[in-house]
Design a protein around this ligand. Structure first.
Ligand code: PRX
Length: 650
């Protein structure tokens, strides 16, 4: 663990050809902060606009006059920027490489021209089904090209897509459908992951039986595995039957820069997941610009981001960023350990991947299997590696660097959030020396600051809560349908600043080190889960009286889920019931929310006013009973002793 605090200096060879160098970073950063209008006005020229914006930034974080607007008089269409404008120069270039779950199945190469045609056909089909600008469409698909096609087809007709990760359970689908009142759902018969089938259509059927979902008029079903599924006519329609006969041209909707592009639900510290709303112009400028600069993109790169399109990383860095940049992006249906733990590296060799972007949890899991499964592959095509989703521990960073990248590929550890739309703190490989475990420095226009609990700004070397002092074009605009919740969640804690919910340290060189969430959000394998969501799933079980959920450090997942459960009077805690409760959470939310440990709690530590002291529960879960702190304010301090004694983790 205790390696010397190393710095990995910029590779001069990389820097010689890099988009941004040390000198240009300093200069452009200063410019971007001093004159955001001038800077972001120029950057916007990278897109094709129906009408070029003349107004660039109009932002106020002041609670009494709150607004965030970028490029507000500009007009464009995101799908035109991702497709049409490439046809003249790159029509025959591969836009997507589709690598299937089963490696013996042939990979597909889809050119920009083909992708354009497929998007137009679906867009026409959507219009024929009555979809209009501003309608919401839920996409619940596996990692197959249709997922990309569906997103871009929505963008083409001005419908707002809400992609729901294929690992979510019917309840989670129905909550999201009901919240945004979707008119149409695009799904598949089944998904395939690591050889296992995922019953997507059946999950949609179950979700649509739940209250609040009767806005859905149509379910389009992609034939993927070919298994038989229930089709409920006239609601359910086969995708191919509706799409095949459509024309391959489709007039794009003219969208204002501030018209919504998509909603993506993410977990917060309270209540149900919130619909993060991103708009068209600022988001696309920011996603494409960061994608080009952070990954130092070149026209002949084969770029692979292993995220799922169900998360923001997939939105910005599989779909919108790469395609707006005319890049070749790999879409991978499978998982890192199927059919064996060399799969990632085999795919890299098979498709000559040059840029590889993945999550620390995958790196840590694969690291456990040793170097041999990596070393037996070549990986000579790689030139840049990326990490996202959670803090990467220096050990995993070094393994990624030395073993996966053969000590010749820089790593960009990119910090950002669903809310930020794109990368905010990151190395630029030609400009910034690397330190394992640090996301390093802010991207252009991004102004991080650290504040203490009272909102005092901390200068120099410090540790505190991470805020952003000003806006950037990719910032979320609101919580769908709840402007007040947006303001309250992000702008009320530290007035005048956007509060990230993350803790962070800044070292003597001005490098940022994200330390993790400081709110009641747990980051499990790079997936955000609200403790409140897991608690409400637990208490929805008839035998549970009360539950409290906290995160704890986990070797592979970063954080694991630890649940304390109080049963209703008269119920006996048995192993069978424990299993039942774990299964119940999976069924309510989805497998990603599976509690790692569940401890019976005859009582929970509460203040005299009845508030659960999570701080204490966290320390017990972490096995740090010596750090419980002051327990004298508890209504019944003795519950703590019994919880410590009964701790579950070995
Ligand atoms: O805690 C931070 C962590 O992931 C959170 C955002 O999660 P989500 O909205 O799901 O987006 C994940 C993909 C962008 C952040 O608040 N996080 C993300 N990237 C990093 C990170 N923590 C440390 N280092 C990172 N590179």
């Amino acid at each position: 663990m205790n390696h010397p605090a190393t710095v990995y200096p910029i590779d001069p060879e990389f820097a010689a050809k890099a988009r941004i160098t040390r000198e240009s970073y300093e200069r452009q950063y200063a410019e971007s902060v001093k004159d955001p209008d001038g800077f972001w006005g120029k950057v916007a020229d990278r897109l094709d606009w129906f009408r070029k914006p003349t107004k660039i930034k109009d932002v106020s974080y002041a609670l009494e006059d709150f607004h965030i607007r970028w490029y507000e008089d500009g007009e464009l269409n995101a799908s035109v920027n991702c497709l049409d404008r490439h046809l003249a120069t790159r029509g025959d270039k591969t836009a997507l490489i589709f690598e299937q779950d089963d490696p013996s199945k042939p990979a597909q190469h889809i050119t920009y021209r083909e992708l354009h045609a497929r998007v137009c056909k679906l867009a026409n089909a959507l219009r024929s089904l009555g979809v209009r600008k501003g309608d919401r469409i839920t996409i619940y698909l596996p990692m197959i090209p249709e997922a990309v096609v569906a997103m871009l087809a929505c963008a083409r007709v001005g419908a707002i897509h809400s992609v729901v990760f294929g690992g979510f359970a019917p309840n989670s689908i129905s909550d999201r459908v009901a919240d945004c009142q979707s008119k149409l759902i695009i799904t598949a018969d089944e998904g395939l992951r690591g050889g296992k089938k995922v019953p997507l259509k059946a999950n949609v059927d179950a979700a649509l039986k739940m209250p609040g979902t009767n806005t859905v008029e149509t379910v389009l079903v992609v034939r993927h595995t070919g298994s038989a599924v229930d089709m409920q006519m006239p609601r359910d329609r086969w995708y191919d039957a509706v799409v095949d006969e459509q024309p391959t041209e489709c007039a794009p909707e003219r969208m204002n820069a501030e018209d919504p592009l998509f909603i993506l639900y993410t977990s917060g510290s309270t209540g149900k997941p919130k619909g993060v709303l991103h708009t068209t112009g600022g988001y696309l400028v920011y996603a494409s610009y960061t994608h080009e600069m952070v990954f130092d993109l070149r026209d002949d790169d084969i770029y692979w981001c292993t995220a799922d399109v169900g998360w923001v990383t997939g939105h910005s860095y599989i779909v919108y960023g790469p395609l707006a940049n005319g890049a070749t992006a790999l879409v991978f249906e499978g998982v890192p350990n199927y059919p064996n733990v060399s799969r990632f590296w085999e795919v890299i060799d098979k498709h000559k991947v040059t840029i590889f972007y993945t999550a620390p949890t995958a790196i840590r899991a694969l690291m456990r299997d040793g170097d041999e499964p990596v070393k037996k592959t070549s990986r000579a095509s790689l030139r840049l590696l990326g990490s996202v989703g959670e803090p990467i521990n220096p050990e995993a960073w070094r393994w990624y660097y030395d073993v996966v990248g053969d000590a010749r590929c820089p790593i960009v550890d990119t910090w950002w959030q669903t809310e930020t739309g794109g990368i905010l703190i990151t190395p630029l490989a030609g400009a910034i020396d690397l330190k394992p475990g640090s996301a390093t420095k802010p991207f252009f226009g991004v102004q991080p600051a650290l504040v203490d609990a009272n909102g005092n700004v901390l200068e120099g070397e410090a540790e505190g809560n991470l805020v952003l002092r000003d806006s950037w074009p990719g910032q979320m605009r609101t919580v769908y349908g709840d402007d007040q919740r947006f303001i309250d969640t992000y702008f009320r804690t530290y007035p005048g600043n956007y509060f990230t919910g993350d803790g962070c340290r800044r070292d003597a060189d001005g490098y940022y080190w994200i330390t993790g969430r400081v709110d009641d959000v747990i980051n499990v394998s790079g997936h955000r889960i609200g403790t409140a969501e897991v608690e409400s799933a637990l208490v929805s079980h008839p035998k549970v009286a009360e539950a409290a959920v906290v995160g704890f450090p986990h070797d592979i997942k970063g954080q694991g889920i630890y649940a304390y459960v109080t049963l209703i009077a008269g119920e006996a805690p048995t192993d069978a019931l424990l299993k039942e409760l774990v299964a119940h959470v999976r069924q309510e939310i989805g497998p990603i929310a599976t509690p790692d440990h569940l401890q019976w709690a005859p009582g929970l530590p509460k203040t005299r006013s009845g508030k659960i002291m999570r701080r204490i529960l966290r320390k017990i879960a972490e096995n740090a009973p010596d750090q419980l702190g002051d327990t004298s304010t508890l209504a019944d301090p003795s519950v703590v002793d019994s919880l410590v004694k009964e701790r579950r983790v070995p």
